[in-house]
Design a protein around this ligand. Structure first.
Ligand code: DGY
Length: 324
C-alpha cells in the first residue's frame, strides 16, 4: 500500500473536514489550537508534505528556504494570503492555494452588519441595555443616520466587493461607486448598478459609506491614511472586512475622535488579536473579532475547498485555486 502524504493542520478545523482529511492523508493536527511559534512552524515545514495554514500563521522565508524543507504545498484556509511570503514561496517552488468564492457571501453579510451597526449605533445601544443604563424611549435617544439611499464606495471590486454592492444596492437602495485596480466588466457593473471611479480619492470624496475589499499586503498597507481620511465626507462611515493593515489605525482613531468620521466598523485589525487602545475607547467604533467567514456552512466549505486543492496537487494536477 502506498504511504500517505503527511498533512499538517496549524489550527483546528470543522470536524467533518478533519475527518475527511484523516481518511485520505496522514493527518497531524495542532491540537492546542494556539498559533504555532516560529520554531514549531519550521518543524512543520520539515516534517509535513503539506502545511494547511491560515491567517494567524506567519509563513516566513526561513520556513520556505530551509534546506530540510519537506513541504511542497501550502493549502491556505482563507482567501487572503498576505501572511505568506509569496515571493519566497515562488522562488522556493512551493505551491500556494487559497479558498475563493465560498466565503464571499458571508463576508459581505458581515460588511452589511458593520454598516448597519455603525450608522444605527447598535453597539452603543447594546452596551447601554446590558449595563442597565437605558432609561427608556425618547425622541432624541441614540439617533443615528439612515443607510437606505446613501452612497456606498467599494474599494476592491472582487467577489466580496461585488456581493456587498449587490446587497447594498438591491437591499438598501444604495448608490454604488467602485474602485478597482483593473477595469470592471460592464455586466458586473450593471448587475450591481455600480459606477467605476478611477481614483480612491474621488471615491472617498463622494461616499457616505466606504467599504474595503482589496487584498492586504505591502501594496495596500495604509492605503487609508490620514490624508485620505481627510478627504472623506464629514460624518461618513468606514468599514473594513479585508485586512487590518489597509488602514492606518492611529490615523483612524484621530478621525473618529475629532468627529471627522461618523463611525468605523472593523472586523480586522493591524495587529490581530491586539486592538489599538484608542479604538477600544471610542463609542463610534464597532469592533468584531474577524468574523467575516464565520458560519458553519462557510467554514466547512473552506475546508473542503482546501482539500480539493490538495487532492489535485497530490494527483499530479494543477490545483484549481493555485495562487503561486
Ligand atoms: C480570509 O479568508 O481571508 C479570511 O479573512 C480568513 O483568513
Amino acid at each position: 500500500m502506498a504511504t500517505k502524504n503527511t498533512v499538517l493542520l496549524t489550527r483546528r478545523w470543522p470536524k467533518v473536514v478533519e475527518d475527511a482529511l484523516a481518511e485520505r492523508y496522514d493527518l497531524k493536527i495542532n491540537e492546542t489550537d494556539v498559533p504555532l511559534d516560529a520554531a514549531a512552524m519550521q518543524h512543520a515545514f520539515e516534517t509535513a508534505d503539506a502545511v494547511l495554514a491560515t491567517v494567524t500563521d506567519k509563513i516566513s522565508p526561513a520556513c520556505l528556504n530551509s534546506s530540510e524543507r519537506r513541504t511542497k504545498i501550502i493549502g491556505n484556509y482563507g482567501v487572503g494570503f498576505s501572511h505568506i511570503d509569496i515571493d519566497a514561496a515562488r522562488s522556493a517552488g512551493v505551491v500556494v492555494t487559497n479558498t475563493p468564492d465560498v466565503l464571499s457571501e458571508c463576508t459581505a453579510d458581515i460588511a452589511m452588519t458593520l454598516m448597519l451597526m455603525t450608522c444605527r449605533r447598535a453597539g452603543e445601544g447594546e452596551r447601554e441595555v446590558r449595563s442597565g443604563q437605558w432609561t427608556g424611549w425618547r425622541p432624541t435617544h441614540l439617533v443615528g443616520s439612515r443607510l437606505s439611499g446613501k452612497t456606498l464606495g467599494v474599494i476592491g471590486f472582487g467577489r466580496i466587493g461585488q456581493e456587498t454592492a449587490r446587497r447594498a444596492h438591491h437591499g438598501f437602495g444604495m448608490k454604488v461607486l467602485a474602485h478597482n485596480r483593473s477595469a470592471i466588466n460592464s455586466e458586473t457593473l450593471q448587475q450591481t448598478s455600480a459606477v467605476q471611479l478611477d481614483t480612491v480619492e474621488e471615491l472617498l470624496q463622494q461616499s457616505d459609506f466606504v467599504t474595503l475589499h482589496c487584498p492586504g499586503g505591502v501594496q495596500t498597507r495604509h492605503l487609508i491614511n490620514a490624508q485620505r481620511l481627510a478627504l472623506m465626507k464629514t460624518g461618513a462611515f468606514l468599514i473594513n472586512t479585508a485586512r487590518g493593515e489597509v488602514i492606518d489605525e492611529a490615523a483612524l482613531v484621530d478621525a473618529l475622535r475629532d468627529g471627522k468620521l461618523g463611525g468605523a466598523g472593523l472586523d480586522v485589525f493591524e495587529q490581530e488579536p491586539k486592538v489599538h487602545a484608542g479604538l477600544l475607547e471610542l463609542e463610534n467604533a464597532v469592533l468584531l473579532p474577524h468574523l467575516g467567514s464565520a458560519t458553519a456552512e462557510t467554514r466547512e466549505a473552506m475546508g473542503l475547498r482546501v482539500m480539493k486543492n490538495l487532492d489535485a496537487f497530490f494527483a499530479g494536477q494543477t490545483p484549481p485555486d493555485q495562487v503561486v
